[in-house]
Design a protein around this ligand. Structure first.
Ligand code: ZN
Length: 224
């Protein structure tokens, strides 16, 4: 008869790799916390990232916008930009940004598609010089989500739906990201950045996020 440990199910082996805080959250959230890869997101890896400082938890979610060229949607330029493949000859605006090395963890396109550029466990280069509640270097401890858009044009319902789903998955995986720790780029870099702009419906977004926490709904309702 084989020793019992040969029969340990894969899930139990997986569970053994989790830290105490991982075990305190639902399995799906724990998987995201371990993998850093959002299920359902298209993976488009950017070279623009680094390791987070050691002992630096993830405790902030930053909402941005981007469109390339500004105000034009659906082209490949954002992905090219975050992957250092933007051709400065394609558009006059690109000449001014083509050499920049930046990224975000996620991009939500106008049709609601989610693209992931950087593993959520890693440090993406989205916030720049920034601070939240007096703590500088938001890139160290935040996850950045770009919405394809501009400061003054309404975002789409499909974007809000995806943003809500993705935010809840992230907040379940990293419970230190409370509702009060979901912020905009303009809030952590005032005077320097304006996104996601007045077009972003903070009230509606926060109401959606709040809904999943109503009593009587289980953690199974979170994500999806
Ligand atoms: Zn931004």
């Amino acid at each position: 008869m084989a020793p019992a440990h040969h029969a340990v199910p894969a899930l139990r082996q997986y569970a053994m790799t989790l830290t105490p805080i991982d075990r305190a959250i639902p399995e799906r959230a724990a998987r995201l916390r371990v993998s850093g890869r959002l299920s359902g997101a298209r993976w488009c890896p950017s070279p623009n990232f680094g390791a987070r400082p050691s002992d630096c938890g993830i405790s902030l979610l930053v909402i941005h916008n981007i469109s390339l060229p500004p105000g034009q949607y659906a082209g490949p330029a954002i992905e090219q930009f975050f992957c250092n493949q933007l051709d400065p000859r394609e558009h006059p605006y690109f000449e001014s940004i083509a050499g920049m090395q930046v990224s975000s963890h996620l991009l939500i396109r106008r049709d609601g598609e989610c693209v992931q550029f950087v593993n959520l466990r890693d440090r993406a280069w989205h916030a720049g010089r920034s601070s939240f509640e007096g703590r500088p270097e938001c890139n160290d401890y935040s996850i950045g989500i770009e919405l394809e858009g501009t400061d003054h044009e309404s975002y789409t319902e499909l974007q809000y739906q995806t943003l809500d789903r993705v935010s809840r998955q992230i907040m379940a995986a990293w419970p230190a990201i409370t509702g009060a720790r979901v912020t905009g780029h303009s809030d952590i870099a005032p005077g320097r950045k304006t996104d996601p702009g007045p077009a972003f419906d903070w009230q509606g977004y926060r109401q959606r996020l709040q809904k999943c926490r109503e009593p009587g709904r289980s953690s199974r309702d979170v994500g999806g």
